[in-house]
Design a protein around this ligand. Structure first.
Ligand SMILES: [Zn+2]
Length: 328
């Protein structure tokens, strides 16, 4: 099962649980009313019996079928009215025995006329956001929380670029990217020193994609690889993490280079980058390594893919975390 199918199945399971709960509540109420009000129990029996007879006549047909159906329908209607009257007399609302579904549109089925209901999408995005939250706090990491005041508005002598303007463009680009995110979006490479907002913008994109119900997996290179290593070398031979990292709609590898360098980690990074590019599914990688350092660590093959198939965004400025610390 792919991670998208798992998300879908988790959401449908939750809907089934809600549906069952709504039905159970009604069953419980009927039980109680049967005990409390003898007339209620009789009335319910009549309803069940007339419905049964009605179904049999419809199936069987025969002479005077229409008359029999009309008579039963009338009897059924009287029993229903009696039931309503009994509820009212005993102080219960008219809809007391109607299941109170969470979603009034699809009655917690998830589909209406073969189309996915809004509640299904909402459930998926809620579930995905809470999964994301387990990997990293999302508090303070939205696009609106990204402040350009920490970037200098003076031209940088070395590059001839104004960091605040340049970062404003990157912010706009990422916003646009997140707005139009699909499983076919481009892959992005965030380059630049520590503390320039790379994690912030990748989490902002992650949140927006998750809100749309896409399966997003976020983690630092160290976290992803530690998990892969644990599963790879464990006796259970579970490849769950690798499957998810290979097929999720958006994979974010933050801080590439933070992991312990080994032939295993280098091979894994290559596999993730290569396989996802081959399937045309987006990845966002951030790193504070230079091109030369990347090449030394991950070979030319990785570097050439990152340079040619990823959209490269260079983050500029002074370490924001340090500035915030001084601002205290
Ligand atoms: Zn619904």
């Amino acid at each position: 099962m792919t991670s998208r199918e798992k998300l879908q199945s988790a959401a449908l399971q939750e809907l089934a649980r809600r549906r069952q709960y709504a039905v159970d509540v009604v069953e419980h109420r009927i039980d109680r009313l049967n005990r409390q009000i003898p007339a209620f129990s009789l009335c319910r029996d009549t309803l069940t019996a007339t419905r049964g007879r009605l179904a049999r006549i419809i199936v069987r047909g025969g002479e005077k079928r229409d008359e029999a159906i009309a008579a039963l329908r009338a009897e059924n209607k009287r029993a229903e009215e009696n039931l309503k009257r009994l509820l009212a007399e005993n102080g219960y609302p008219a809809d007391y025995l109607e299941p109170a579904y969470t979603c009034p549109v699809c009655h917690d089925v998830g589909y209406v006329n073969g189309r996915a209901c809004g509640c299904l999408a909402a459930l998926k995005s809620e579930w995905m956001l809470s999964e994301l939250q387990k990997a990293h706090t999302l508090q303070g990491y939205s696009f609106d929380d990204f402040s350009l005041t920490y970037y200098s508005d003076r031209t940088d002598r070395e590059t001839g670029v104004v960091p605040a303007e340049h970062m404003g463009q990157i912010l706009e680009y990422c916003r646009h990217y997140a707005d139009g995110f699909t499983r076919q979006s481009d892959s992005l490479l965030f380059l630049g020193k520590t503390g320039l907002g790379k994690t912030h913008l990748s989490l902002a994109v992650a949140q927006e994609a998750a809100k749309k119900g896409y399966v997003v997996r976020y983690g630092s290179a160290q976290e992803h690889l530690r998990q892969l290593e644990r599963e790879h070398f464990s006796r259970e031979q579970s490849d769950d993490t690798l499957d998810v990292l290979l097929d999720c709609d958006l994979l974010i590898i933050d801080d590439l280079g933070s992991e312990f360098p080994s032939s295993f980690t280098a091979a894994m990074i290559y596999q993730l980058i290569d396989a996802r590019l081959a399937h045309g599914i987006p990845t966002i990688i951030s790193t504070n390594l230079s091109w030369q350092e990347l090449e030394e660590r991950y070979t030319q093959r990785v570097v050439s893919r990152l340079a040619s198939s990823y959209l490269n965004l260079r983050f500029l400025g002074q370490d924001i975390r340090q500035q915030k610390r001084f601002d205290g």
